[in-house]
Design a protein around this ligand. Structure first.
Ligand code: ARG
Length: 576
């Protein structure tokens, strides 16, 4: 909350008490939001709930409230419009408040003080016996943004990579390697080579169904815990693929607090199973062990142990919930995983509910849509389906960077650090494109749209930062402290200032709804407002007092855009 919000809130609370409401009850109901129409005011309150508490009709109560909020040093006006009350801040107060807070890095523009909330974010989590393809990118970049957003909000965040490094997919890779593997090729290019093996296994298994049985046996041998060939093979393949994943992670600027893959839970599954048994919800079904969930509205039972005694993806997820509960005491556990695993997480939550485990309430699946690529004839199709070829993430990043390098060669050939800027802009274009729409929508992968310097793109927002940085360089004078500025001179910057003021709400909503797109929209809107402002408001060449005030504004816009990009995991180069 900004000081302006706080001030208005206090006035509203006092007014509500004057109007006979209970202070504590009213406190929860005073929620300020941007008005639907900016011409109505800077900020609005929907009086529905307060009116209900007062036992009055919302429009009548809104009118009484509006009359109580008389102008003061900060508030210029208040007016009821139906069930809403709209407020306008004094322009100088608005500028002073917003720009001082941004300059001093105060919350919500800077990081909040710790709130005590603990959020586990399970993200990326690729199956490492398969290539790191474009589908994994979505979980990786959404999860990374959510980690940053929650940290900004003062939560303690545990970013967790729940690697798929156990189970049948891994056993198949292992079996393939034991039959046709070549260690030199593996070391040379682990990800590509494993993909070859993966494809070869698929073909061979079609001709020879015995291969799947062998893989199942090998998994059993691996799960026996004995130091055997399978275990050594598992270690080798795991080490190699983890190393290979590090490349894209580094380029995307992604780090994890814990890399606890499925194999980590190998020795924790029996305790989890014992807990399910003790809760009395485990049933036998054709030799397997399941939890039936019909009473929870889910037809498919949750399979926790196969008839051959081995465990499953679900068993490890259950063990992981208990482990996270005990280690981190989370308020929320977010699983950033594609929408196709909806059933899996519904089952997981339902099993925990059936066991009467309070941690069930913390389990939240954060689903997202597919990545679609544009075909020759302008249609969109699922990315991976292209002639059975996996699309390797590093190749896509390379392609993007190469395209940006070309643009730089044309537009700004004298730029220093060309390679670094191309890398920063090229990778970010893909990340921004992924985060710009609500996550449940499919991402359309269209190079031209994604890399444009105009429109809702990463390069557009990055370019805004570079432009602001360039203005500050040209003026070549220190940005004044906010107490040295006449804020009345920024009355015409109200659109920029009001947009800046939205930042706190945007980040809060992004955290609550696990929706980084709220932050991308904010960044696009602020970049747009500051661009328009600068069309007819010069900084270089303005008279001294005006220049001082505008310098503060430009610097604040640069800082806030940089912060917004940072929350998305995107760097902001000073020049491009
Ligand atoms: N490895 C899985 C996959 O690639 C995703 C794991 C998601 N996290 C989890 N705790 N289940 O499909």
């Amino acid at each position: 909350m900004t000081d302006l919000h706080r001030h208005l809130r206090e006035r509203l609370l006092a007014a509500s008490v004057d109007l006979g409401l209970d202070a504590t009850a009213a406190a929860d109901l005073v929620r300020l939001d941007a008005p639907k129409n900016k011409d109505h005011g800077d900020i609005a309150l929907g009086a529905f709930q307060l009116a209900k508490l007062a036992g009055k009709a919302p429009p009548a109560f809104a009118a009484e409230l509006a009359a109580k909020i008389t102008p003061d040093a900060v508030i210029e006006s208040s007016a009821a419009a139906g069930p809403f009350v709209n407020f306008r801040f004094r322009r100088a107060a608005l500028a002073r408040e917003v720009l001082s807070a941004i300059q001093s890095d105060a919350a919500p523009y800077g990081k909040a003080t710790p709130t005590g909330e603990v959020v586990c974010i399970d993200f990326s989590s690729p199956n490492i016996a398969k290539p790191f393809h474009i589908g994994h990118m979505r979980s990786t970049v959404i999860g990374n943004a959510l980690c940053r957003i929650h940290r900004h909000q003062g939560a303690t965040v545990h970013g967790i990579n729940h690697l798929g490094d156990w189970g049948m997919p891994f056993a198949k890779m292992m079996t393939a390697y034991m039959h046709f593997g070549d260690e030199a090729k593996l070391h040379e290019s682990p990800m590509r080579y494993m993909f070859e093996l993966y494809k070869r296994y698929g073909k061979e298994a079609e001709a020879n169904p015995g291969l799947d049985d062998e893989a199942a046996k090998r998994f059993k041998a691996l799960e026996s815990g004995v130091d055997n060939d399978e275990r050594r093979m598992w270690q080798l393949l795991r080490d190699e693929s983890l190393k290979a994943f590090q490349g894209p992670y580094t380029r995307l600027g992604v780090t994890f607090d814990h890399v606890t893959g499925e194999s980590f839970f190998e020795d924790k599954m029996e305790a989890a199973m014992a807990r399910v048994t003790a809760a009395g919800v485990l049933e036998e079904s054709e030799g397997a062990e399941v939890v039936k969930l019909e009473d929870k509205g889910i037809k498919v039972p949750c399979l926790l142990r196969k008839s051959d005694g081995t465990t499953l993806y679900h068993t490890r997820d259950l063990a992981a919930v208990f482990y996270r509960e005990q280690q981190y005491h989370p308020n929320r556990i977010l699983y950033v995983v594609g929408a196709e695993q909806k059933l899996h997480f519904a089952q997981l939550k339902a099993v925990l509910e059936k066991m009467n485990e309070p941690i069930a309430a913390a389990v939240e699946h954060v689903p997202f849509g597919l990545v679609l690529s544009k075909t020759e004839d302008g249609k969109y199709e699922k990315f991976a389906s292209r002639a059975g070829n996996a699309v390797f993430l590093d190749e896509i990043l390379d392609e993007s960077v190469a395209k940006v390098r070309q643009v730089i060669a044309e537009k700004n050939p004298d730029l220093d650090d060309k390679d670094q800027v191309a890398e920063q802009v090229g990778v970010s274009a893909i990340v921004f494109n992924d985060l710009k729409n609500s996550r449940i929508k499919d991402v359309k992968f269209d190079w031209d749209a994604m890399l444009a310097f105009e429109g809702e793109t990463g390069p557009y927002v990055q370019y805004a930062v570079a432009r602001l940085s360039s203005i500050l360089r040209k003026v070549d004078a220190p940005v004044p402290a906010t107490d040295q500025v006449d804020f009345a001179l920024l009355a015409d910057a109200e659109r920029v200032l009001l947009q800046m003021m939205e930042f706190g709400n945007a980040v809060r909503r992004a955290a609550e709804q696990s929706e980084p797109s709220v932050v991308t929209s904010f960044a696009i809107a602020l970049a747009g407002e500051i661009h328009s402002y600068l069309v007819d408001h010069y900084v270089v060449g303005a008279e001294p007092a005006v220049q001082q005030a505008r310098l503060v504004l430009v610097d604040a816009a640069r800082r806030l855009l940089t912060t917004a990009l940072d929350l998305l995991g995107i760097p902001a180069p000073e020049r491009m």
